[in-house]
Design a protein around this ligand. Sequence first.
Ligand code: DLL
Length: 440
Amino acid sequence: MDGPKVNYFEPEIETAPREHIRRIQLERLQRQVAWAYERVPWYKQRFQELGIGPEDIRRLEDVRLLPFTDKQVLRDTYPFGLCAIALDDVLRLHASSGTTGKPIVVGYSRRDLDAWSDCVARLAAMAGITRADRVQMAFGYGMFTGGFGLHYGCEKLGCMMVPAGSGNTERHLMMIADYETTVLISTPSYAMHMCEVGEARGFDWRASSLRVGLFGGEPCTPGMRREIENRMHIICTDNYGLTEVNGPGVAGECLVARDQQHIAEDHFLWEIIDPATGEALPEGSEGELVLTTLSKEAFPMLRYRTHDLTSVTTAPCGCGRTHARMAKVRARTDDMLIVRGTNVFPSQVEDILAGIAGVTPHYRIVLDNETGMDRMTVMVELRPDAFSDSFGEMDRFRRRVADRLRQTLLITPVVKLVEPGGIERSFGKSRRVEDKREKP
Ligand code: DLL
C-alpha cells in the first residue's frame, strides 16, 4: 500500500465500527453520570436544581440535559471539591495556570493514569512512533500535564525516554546528537526555536537521527508545521488536550488525514455548541468544543466547556481509525481581543504574517490605551535575508505589512519591525499577546 505505514496501539478499539463506539460511549456515559452524581456534592446539587437524575440518560443525546462545567466551577471548588474518590486513592495532581488567581487543579486515580497513558500511546503510534524510537522530552516535568502525561504514554508504548525537560537548548541539541534520539516532544514554537539555534550552531538537521516531532499545547498552523518539517527534516503531528480532561491524549493527528485530530471517543464524548447560546450544532459546523469524560474516576468532568473553536467529522479516515476527527483549534472564544470594538483573534495575525515573505513566525501583539484610545502594536520579526540597512526600504516593507494586517483585521495596527531573533522565544507555550490597557 502507498502512503505512510499505519501503526495502532489498541487496534480493536481504534478501528471499531461506529455503532460499537456509540454503544461503549452510552454505557460509560451512564456510569460516569451516576458516579459524579453520587460522589460529588456539586454535581448532585446542580442535577437537583435542574430536576434531573442519572436515570434520565437513556441515549447519547441526553447528555444535553446535563449542566455545563467550566474553569469557574473548578475555581469555586478549588482544590478538591470535584474529586469523586478518597484523596488517599489520588495518585497524582496536575494543575494549569488560570488567567487570574489560583490555578485549577485535577487529580488522577491509578486507573485514570493507566487510561491516560493508553490515550497518549495511541497518539504516539498515530505519528508512526514505535518501541524502537528514542523520545526526547522538551516539556517540563511539573504541574503542567505535558511532561509526565506524554512521558508515561510513550514509555507504555515501549519507547526509550530521554526526560531532558524544558529549556537549555544547547543541551537538547547535544542529547539528540549523542543519544541519537528520534522523536522530539515540545510545543511547535519551541521546536522552531531549537531549529533556529541548531542552524546558527551549524547543527546538521538533515543528517540528524531526529525523524518525528510530537507537538501540542498550543496552536500550530499548517504553515508552521510545514516549515518545521522542511527545516528539521522531520514529520510533525499536532496533538490536542487540556488539563481539565487529563491533558495530552484527548485528540491526536494521524499521518493520513493531516491537520485533523482523532478524538479518543471511548474516553471522551464530544459536542459542538454555539458558544453564545449553548445550543448543540450539527456535525461539521464550527463551534465550541464541549467534552464529557467517560472513564474518569477521580475528577469526572461533565460537559466541560473548553472555549476552543473547532468542528468535528465522523467521516471515515484513510488511516483506518473510526474515531471522529476534530479540525485544528485555531482560536478560543476567550482568546478574542476587542480592539476599538473590533474582534481580533491572534490567529488571524499569525495567518497574515505566514503569507508575507521576509518575516518569521515569531510575533508579539501589544495593546495599550495610553492615548485614551486602544492601540494595537504588532511586533514582527524579520528574516535575515529581508533585513536591510536602508531606512527607506525598511519603511516601505513596514507599511506593506501594516496594509496587509489592516485589510483583514479592519483596524490599523502600528507595525514595528524587529531584527532577526529579536522576539523573545519561549520554552513552553508562547505568550503572544500583552494587554497593557487600563480597564474601565
Ligand atoms: O496544553 C495539554 C497538552 C499538553 C496538550 C501537551 C498537548 C500537549 P492546558 O495547559 O490545560 O493543557 O491547556 C489547554 O491549550 O484548551 C487549547 O486552548 C490549547 N491547546 C492545547 N493543545 C492544543 C493544540 C495542555 N494542539 C488549552 N492546538 C486548550 C491548539 C491547543 N490549541
